[in-house]
Design a protein around this ligand. Structure first.
Ligand code: ADE
Length: 249
């Protein structure tokens, strides 16, 4: 997978590439990440990339010409890539969308700055718009890195354990179960006994219950969207009965 990050601050991208799984993925040539400086495509002595908005108002708008030249140049170099504009008005970025993007040969991530991007860029050169959340950042760079990170770890062969990506939060509509490691006792708090039992059926059941409980308590809206298995329904009914008893004593 080839990522191209189009930005007026390419220095922001490089430090992010030097650590952990992303660094390893680059070393193993599973991904490549190149930053393209939009300013290099701006004309004139001052290489200006922004201008005042037509119609007045505060803030500046990204000029179309340098952005268009930078995107066209990058699209020519990586013709199969999908071009994404990072903007708070885009489609919400989710684990499902990360999966879809991880199957593509390349992503061109266009980072907006200032108040916005000239609308004509979106009409002609952008395949999709993505937002990483309902808040406004000062630019799309952090959003681009979030996408590089979340997509990279889904590319086959990137994560260590065969199934580490399948069993984690959001992959089956639930948050992931609780985790424990040594020591067995930490500040008076003990690891659940079943996890030491070696009984994998019991451990799987405990993990499913832990997943369901965390989702119910922390992100109950996820359960409304998820088709529940018979086993999951049984667990929830059992808790329902236990809660009923508590209420009526
Ligand atoms: N640029 C500014 N805010 C953003 C957001 N929430 N998501 C993606 N790009 C952005």
């Amino acid at each position: 997978m080839n990522f191209s990050v189009l930005t007026i601050f390419p220095e922001m991208v490089d430090p992010f590439l030097g650590y952990g799984i992303i660094r390893r993925a680059i070393e193993q040539k599973k991904i490549s990440v190149s930053s393209v400086n939009i300013r290099d495509f701006a004309k004139g002595r001052h290489r200006v990339t922004d201008d005042k908005p037509y119609g007045g108002g505060c803030g500046m708008v990204m000029k179309p010409e340098p952005l268009s030249a930078a995107i066209t140049h990058t699209q020519k170099n990586t013709p199969d890539s999908h071009t994404i504009l990072l903007t708070p008005q885009g489609r919400p970025f989710t684990q499902d969308l990360a999966h879809d993007l991880s199957t593509l040969p390349g992503l061109i991530l266009v980072c907006g700055r200032y108040e916005g991007t000239d609308e004509r860029i979106c009409h002609s050169l952008i395949d999709s718009e993505i937002s990483i959340g309902d808040y406004v950042l000062t630019g799309g760079e952090l959003a681009a890195m979030v996408i590089v990170d979340a997509v990279t770890r889904l590319i086959p062969g990137i994560l260590g354990g065969e199934d580490s990506a399948e069993k984690e939060s959001f992959e089956n509509g639930l948050l992931e179960h609780a985790h424990f490691t040594r020591p067995q006792m930490f500040e008076g708090d003990e690891v659940p006994e079943v996890l030491l039992s070696g009984n994998h059926k019991e451990i799987d059941l405990w993990r499913l219950e832990s997943s369901l409980m965390r989702t119910l308590l922390k992100r109950p809206e996820l359960l409304e969207e998820k088709p529940l298995s018979r086993q999951e329904k049984e667990i929830l009914k059992k808790w329902g009965r236990q809660i009923e008893t508590l209420i009526h004593v």
